[in-house]
Design a protein around this ligand. Sequence first.
Ligand code: TA6
Length: 286
Amino acid sequence: MGVTETAKSVILNHESGSSAEIYLYGAHVVSWKVGGKEKMFVSSKASLDGSKAIRGGIPICFPTFGPPPSEPEEYARLAQHGFARNQIWKFESTVMDRKEGVSVRFIAPSPPTDFKHNYKLSYVVTLSAHQLSTDVHIVNQETEKDKEFKFQTLLHTYLATPNSSKLKISNIDKGTTYIDKILDAKTVTSQGEDIIIDRPIDRVYHKIPSQEIHVDDGEGSGYKVRFRGFEDATIWNPTEVKGKEIADMEDKGWEKYVCVEPGYVREFKSLQPGEEFIGQQIITVL
Ligand code: TA6
């Protein structure tokens, strides 16, 4: 069968030979292999014992992304990227297990007691021959009229690449604005140019019309990252300049990945009682 449960993770195996492993800690994809090759970068210095968020794979950011906002108070006291990546999720069910794909669903536990919102957060991971699809589902479970639930969410995907200095990231439409976190959060308008990693890159693009980003690894392969529901995307690679400051980043780890991170992060998404948000990321190996 294509789904194996262990004490700490769920492992998917597709008949094509592709596989994926998702830790219950953070519902965190820590491995995705296609043709025997690892497609997720995970730092060899990452903590895998649940003591801190895993450096690599696909961390889920929720209910905030980046440093918390200054208000309201219950959001202001959250840690960077929220708490979902540090929670122990529950493996709920196998959604399908056949030729078309192997798919499983996880449910997040209740929020910390001082974050008083009634929502349901679930995550569906689907593996097929050359594709990994990861969907975040958020439902506002309040019943009282007008009790909205606001959040940000993002999939902080570390795509493994052989040499980040050879990468070319493209297909971000001309005219899309981004916040350049390296340039003191300056807002810049994209000219549709390719992104190369020749210095630290940390950009939050707002509402990318194509909803599709291409990564050419410079060695004949790469990825297509499509997203639906999510509108924004961050592109991040710290290079040596900033990567050396990250305690759990392996030496030269920044040369082995680029983060392409679909999300809903430039604004807060608001859900009315009973409303659902679905954010989908579909990564295809090229
Ligand atoms: O998505 C990029 C980013 O927000 C960067 O600014 C950088 O700090 C990175 O995430 C890593 O965050 P982390 O909390 O996992 O160290």
